[in-house]
Design a protein around this ligand. Structure first.
Ligand SMILES: O=C(O)CC1=NCN=C1
Ligand SMILES: [Zn+2]
Length: 409
């Protein structure tokens, strides 16, 4: 049994509990000064404060040098696994082409689909492993990853197997989401309903039977999948015992966030264009709003109404949305900065939004997302005295040391 002590923690800041926080609770953090954490194997054993230390001896001692310590960051929304890149879209965007214009012209997601179908599993594995190494160095200790660049069974399975193999081999814990309804593949062009039939008849049952994903996600958007198609796909996911997520109201408001609330989806993602009815439905269902501010930044779009979502007592999470098309940045710290500067969330609300709330939105709220005895020992020692400094500084990696399952990584 190994024992690790982290001492001289100037400030230990964490949400508490295993449930998502909303409304006034979005900003509720425990703040302990002059703290210490005793870790036994991969679990937190004891937390002390005000200069006292745990009684038990430790094998290894880390001096946090008076810095801030928080839970490891939980990245709640990525398209981590993909072939190729889409840097060629930038000149088009800068000339005014919209995200959906590029998709309708057969580029965008479908460009990545072609490159992902062509890529070998090992090539995808190595590339994604490199991204995870970088995310870990930024303080991310748990990460959701979606499929959705295959749009045929073989390639979707290839992507989900890459996620499973990364989860087995990399320190970062991964949670897989099947997103076969990311776009209509070329071979089904103009036949979206028939593709939804294929997803429901063949792909979702296969994914469930082989334990390849815990959630299903759909891109409910103008010119992609409408509410009717999204509902049919999510009903099939629910019948197969998979959790429900939905890319909703990213570009146009077509009713995705309303559908999320009506179906009691665990989360709805993007919400830049969310309206009154969508907020009402999500508030009633306590569906988590997974906000993606770096995508707003990159697309030059407006920002989701985070303050109103908090006011409506909808749980708010913040994620990177790392993907080759609408957000080629995996930096969750940047998303935190944008949460401060553009969503006008407080540092406490932001900490909740990148720890316990995304942990709950990917089914890991009882294991990670807070620093408490019994939780998994995933922590970050920051080059900052407090959360205000962490949200204020941007462009640098502020993570000094990352502890994953009780080990310095
Ligand atoms: O464009 C992409 O590859 C990722 C994306 N899916 C839905 N919105 C963005
Ligand atoms: Zn996304």
């Amino acid at each position: 049994m190994s024992k690790l002590l982290i001492k001289n923690i100037g400030r230990l800041q964490t949400p508490l509990g295993s449930c998502s926080h909303y409304g006034a609770k979005q900003g509720e953090n425990q703040k302990l000064d002059q703290a210490a954490v005793l870790i036994e194997d991969d679990r937190i054993k004891e937390i002390t404060s005000n200069g006292t230390l745990p009684q038990e001896e430790a094998d290894v001692v880390i001096d946090a040098q008076g810095n801030l310590v928080t839970p490891g960051l939980v990245e709640g929304h990525t398209h981590l696994v993909f072939g190729g890149y889409r840097q060629a879209e930038i000149p088009l965007k800068l000339k005014g082409a919209g995200y959906l214009d590029i998709l309708r012209a057969g580029g965008g997601i479908l460009d990545t689909v072609q490159k992902t179908r062509e890529a070998s599993k090992d090539e995808l594995y190595q590339k994604s492993r490199g991204f995870l190494d970088e995310m870990l160095s930024l303080g991310v200790t748990t990460c959701e990853a979606k499929s959705g660049y295959g749009l045929d069974l073989d390639t979707e399975v290839k992507m989900l197997q890459v996620i499973r193999e990364l989860n087995d081999s990399h320190p970062v814990d991964l949670v897989a989401t099947f997103m076969g309804a990311h776009a209509v593949p070329p071979e089904y062009e103009g036949r979206g309903d028939a593709y939804i039939d294929l997803l429901c008849r063949e792909m979702i049952p296969y994914v469930k039977e082989h334990g390849l994903a815990e959630f299903c996600d759909v891109f409910c958007e103008d010119s992609v999948f409408d509410v009717k198609q999204s509902r049919r796909y999510l009903r099939c996911a629910r019948e197969n015992g998979l959790g429900l997520k939905i890319h909703a109201d990213e570009i146009e408001e077509i009713g995705g966030s309303q559908l999320a609330g009506q179906m009691e989806a665990i989360s709805a993602e993007h919400l830049i264009a969310i309206g009154e009815k969508g907020m009402e439905a999500m508030a009633a269902a306590k569906t988590t709003a997974m906000l993606l501010p770096a995508t707003s930044f990159y697309l030059g779009k407006s920002y989701a109404p985070a303050r109103e979502l908090i006011q409506r007592e909808i749980p708010v999470a913040i994620a990177s949305d790392f993907n080759p098309g609408s957000c080629p940045s995996l930096n969750l710290q940047l998303a935190m900065n944008l949460g401060y500067l553009r969503y006008k969330m407080t540092p406490e609300e932001i900490l909740t939004a990148v720890t316990i709330n995304p942990a709950c939105a990917i089914g890991r709220g009882s294991q990670v997302g807070t620093l408490e005895a019994g939780k998994q020992a995933d922590l970050v020692i920051w080059d900052a005295p407090d959360m205000e400094m962490l949200c204020y500084r941007f462009g640098s990696n502020m993570a000094l040391q990352v502890i994953k399952k009780g080990e310095l990584v």
